[in-house]
Design a protein around this ligand. Structure first.
Ligand SMILES: [Mg+2]
Length: 229
């Protein structure tokens, strides 16, 4: 492709592992609930409902996730959690906050290859301090000319980002693992979009993908981006 382009990259589950830590915490939560009548998938469904409802009001991030676990627990028990239970629920999310950053294969080399020809930005959603801390721990921060942490990735968010950078939509691409956050709204705003599939993508981020679109691509893995751009 003709360059230089602005390539905007997602972070969680595109550059590094993220959702697997939440999934582990959710498994532990379901075991902790140990519900007498509901099956594990039904408990998970209740949690998904609590999360979907609260994300609109409170946003993402581990702090909100922890509160969602407590809320779901109380809903399922039909009473308030006591101090011990609350402490156990908080402990379930500690590994999400403390795990070392695990980059996907070839991320560093591929970013270096891309930034030799193009301009790179990082567009992540979630809690600002938490996302910046992960970026810091990843050691990748210096590879991006533009870093923004947003509350939600929608078409307006992408429009305002490219206007802030001063690039037109034809010269901007969004790259990420989430159909809901990285692909659908970026295409709606006129950017190109590349899906880097991740089988551990959070189920609330899954959406139908465009069947045909001249600015939508799917790669097999992160390193393949070097051949696309
Ligand atoms: Mg992601």
């Amino acid at each position: 492709m003709d360059g230089p382009l602005w390539l905007l990259l997602d972070a969680d589950d595109t550059l590094w592992e993220n959702n697997i830590f939440f999934e582990e915490a959710i498994e532990d939560f379901i075991a902790f609930v140990d519900h007498a009548e509901l099956r594990p998938d039904e408990v998970r469904h209740e949690l998904d409902c609590v999360e979907t409802r609260n994300i609109e009001v409170n946003g993402y991030g581990t702090g909100n996730f922890t509160n969602n676990l407590v809320e779901c627990y109380e809903l399922l028990r039909g009473r308030s959690a006591d101090d011990d239970e609350r402490e156990c629920l908080h402990a379930l999310t500690l590994r999400i906050r403390n795990h070392p950053i695990r980059l996907f294969p070839a991320v560093e080399e591929t970013l270096d290859d891309l930034r030799a020809r193009h301009r790179l930005g990082l567009v992540s959603k979630g809690d600002n301090a938490e996302q910046r801390s992960k970026l810091e721990r990843s050691g990748l921060g210096g590879r991006f000319e533009f870093i923004v942490i947003v509350r939600e990735k929608n078409a307006d968010c992408y429009r305002s980002i490219i206007s802030e950078i001063g690039v037109d939509a034809e010269h901007a691409w969004m790259i990420g693992n989430s159909p809901k956050s990285d692909i659908v709204p970026a295409l709606e705003a006129g950017l190109g979009a590349v899906l880097v599939p991740n089988e551990n993508t959070w189920r609330l981020e899954v959406r139908p993908l465009p069947e045909t679109h001249d600015r939508f691509r799917v790669v097999r893995e992160f390193a393949d981006l070097a051949a696309v751009f």
